[in-house]
Design a protein around this ligand. Structure first.
Ligand code: CA
Length: 228
């Protein structure tokens, strides 16, 4: 199998060296971008399998880079954040990042997270899988979602959440269960991002079908479900 390509966006040379050496040992091909502008260019040119994105960058900051990359790609993104960037973490997740690792991290911890995110991403891309719940239809491989035959333009995180709900129509999920199923355990504590995502998905569905009732519903005091 070809090596997975990872784009590391980080302005601290020391961190770059350490991460690159460790991931190379694990069989990854690591490309480095030292600022936000270079990150967007490199992501476009090299089409990496995963992006490690430092939040605190010169030129464009990590959140802006995340937003720009998400406009054209569904590539998994792991944010690298400092402890005092709690708010940015939430914003980053809302913007479509897949996971985050808090600095200082050990290279081993980071490699484990990279493996986990890539595995989840690839499992979500099982060939030809279609998720159908009533008039909702999702094709993970192509990142295509439609309601009543009309396209829904979902971010990566929104797509994952809606996939979980639509796989089991009628079943109620708590915020924590949704976090776990869609993004993995590391999301614990960020349940409020689920509410923000759900709100966005509901709006997008409503916009495509103003006449019909929204299939994505809140179950008061419990969580959310997609109607059968
Ligand atoms: Ca930095």
């Amino acid at each position: 199998m070809a090596y997975s390509k990872i784009l590391l966006v980080e302005d601290e040379a020391k961190v770059c060296e350490l991460v690159k050496a460790y991931l190379a040992k694990d069989g990854y091909d690591v490309i480095i971008a030292a600022d936000g502008k270079a990150a967007i260019e490199q992501a476009h040119r090299h089409k990496p399998d995963l992006i490690l994105l430092d939040l605190n960058l010169p030129e464009l900051d990590g959140l802006e880079v995340c937003r720009a990359i998400r406009k054209q790609s569904n590539v998994p993104i792991i944010m690298l954040t400092a402890r005092d960037e709690e708010v940015d973490k939430v914003v980053g997740l809302e913007m479509g990042a897949d996971d985050y690792v808090t600095k200082p991290f050990s290279p081993r911890e980071l490699a484990a997270r990279v493996n986990a995110v890539l595995r989840r991403y690839r499992e979500g891309l099982k060939q030809g899988e279609q998720i159908v719940a009533g008039e909702l239809r999702l094709i993970p491989e192509r990142h295509e979602a439609t309601y009543l035959g009309k396209p829904l333009s979902l971010t990566a995180a929104e797509f994952k959440l809606l996939s979980v709900l639509a796989r089991n129509p009628g079943r109620v999920y708590t915020r924590l269960q949704l976090m776990d199923s869609a993004f993995g355990e590391s999301y614990e504590g960020y349940e409020r991002t689920v509410d923000a995502h759900i709100k966005n998905i509901r709006q997008k569905i409503s916009r495509t079908a103003t006449e019909s009732p929204n299939p994505l519903v809140t179950v008061r005091g419990v969580g959310y479900k997609v109607e059968k």
